[in-house]
Write a protein that binds this ligand. Structure first.
Ligand code: NAP
Length: 243
C-alpha cells in the first residue's frame, strides 16, 4: 500500500494508542488527545516508535474544537486517507436518573462528532477515489447494557450510519466498517472491572477480558489492502461475549 495519512482520534490511551502503535513507518500518523499533556504523550510515542506523524488537540463534544482541527489539518495539507474514529467516553446512569447533559455528551462525542469528522474529510477521499473509514462501536450496540442507554444508542447509531455510508460510498472506492469491542482492559473499564474480574470473565466464553492490541490488530487489518473487499461490516472482537 502506498503511503497514507491516517487520523486516529483518542490516540493517547487505551485502544487508540494501540491502534497507532500497530502501524509501521510507511504511513503518516495523526493522533488526537483532549489536553496538551495527551498531545505531548502521543508525540512522544510517535517519536519513540520511529514513526512519522503529528498530534493535535480535539474535543469531540465541542464543535468549535472539531472545526479547529479540520482547518489546522487543511492548512498543513494533511488530508486523512484513513479515518479511524476511536475516541469515546461513557457517562453511565440508569434512565430514571440520567441527566440531559449525560445523554447529550455521549451522543455528541460519539455520533455527532463522527458525523462532523467524516463529512469534513469525505470530499478529498471522493476526489482521490480511495478512502477507509473505521468506526469503533461496542457490543453494547447489540446487547444493550444497564446504565448505558446513551452509549448503546450512540454506538448503534454509528453502526447504522456506517452501513448507510458503505452503500453511498462503495462506488467511490471508500470502505466503511466498524469494529465492536467487548470488554477490553483500558481506563474506560477500570472502575467497572475492579474486584469483578472473575465475574466478568465468567460471562465471556474465552474466559478473560480483551487487550487493546487485540482490537488494534483488527482495525489495522481493515485499513490494509487485504480488506479491500470488506465494507459495511461490523467486526465483533469480544471473546465470544456476543455471537
Ligand atoms: P479510554 O482508554 O478511556 O481512552 C479514551 C480516548 O478518547 C483517550 O485518548 C481520550 O483522550 C479520548 N477522548 C476522551 N474524551 C474525548 C472527547 N470529548 N473528544 C475527543 N477525544 C476524547 O477508552 P478506550 O477503552 O480505549 O475506548 C476507545 C474506544 O473503544 C471508544 O470509542 C469506546 O467507546 C470503545 N470501546 C471500548 C471498550 C472497552 O472495553 N474499553 C469496549 C467497547 C468499545 P485523553 O487521553 O486526552 O482523555
Amino acid at each position: 500500500m502506498s503511503k497514507k495519512n491516517i487520523l486516529i482520534t483518542g490516540a493517547s490511551r487505551g485502544i487508540g494508542k494501540a491502534i497507532l502503535e500497530s502501524f509501521n513507518k510507511e504511513h503518516f500518523l495523526v493522533g488526537t488527545g483532549t489536553s496538551d499533556s495527551s498531545v505531548d504523550s502521543i508525540l512522544k510515542n510517535i517519536k519513540s516508535l520511529g514513526l512519522e506523524g503529528e498530534a493535535f488537540k480535539l474535543d469531540l463534544g465541542n464543535r468549535k474544537s472539531i472545526k479547529q482541527l479540520v482547518s489546522l489539518l487543511e492548512d498543513k495539507e494533511i488530508y486523512p486517507d484513513i479515518l479511524i474514529n476511536n475516541a469515546g467516553i461513557t457517562r453511565d446512569n440508569i434512565m430514571l436518573r440520567m441527566q440531559e447533559e449525560e445523554w447529550d455528551n455521549v451522543i455528541d462525542v460519539h455520533l455527532n462528532g463522527q458525523y462532523l469528522l467524516i463529512k469534513s474529510f469525505l470530499k478529498k477521499m471522493v476526489k482521490n477515489k480511495w478512502g477507509r473509514i473505521i468506526n469503533i462501536s461496542s457490543t453494547s450496540a447489540v446487547l444493550g447494557n444497564k446504565g448505558q442507554a446513551n452509549y448503546a444508542a450512540a454506538k448503534a447509531g454509528i453502526e447504522a450510519m456506517s452501513r448507510s455510508l458503505a452503500r453511498e460510498l462503495g462506488s467511490r472506492n471508500i470502505n466503511v466498517n466498524c469494529v465492536a469491542p467487548g470488554f477490553i482492559e483500558t481506563d474506560m473499564t477500570k472502575e467497572i472491572s475492579k474486584g469483578n474480574e472473575e465475574i466478568l470473565a465468567s460471562q465471556i466464553p474465552l474466559g478473560r477480558l480483551g487487550k487493546a492490541n487485540e482490537i488494534a490488530e483488527v482495525v489495522n487489518f481493515l485499513a490494509s489492502e487485504q480488506a479491500n473487499y470488506i465494507t459495511g461490516q461490523t467486526i465483533h472482537v469480544n471473546g465470544g461475549l456476543y455471537m
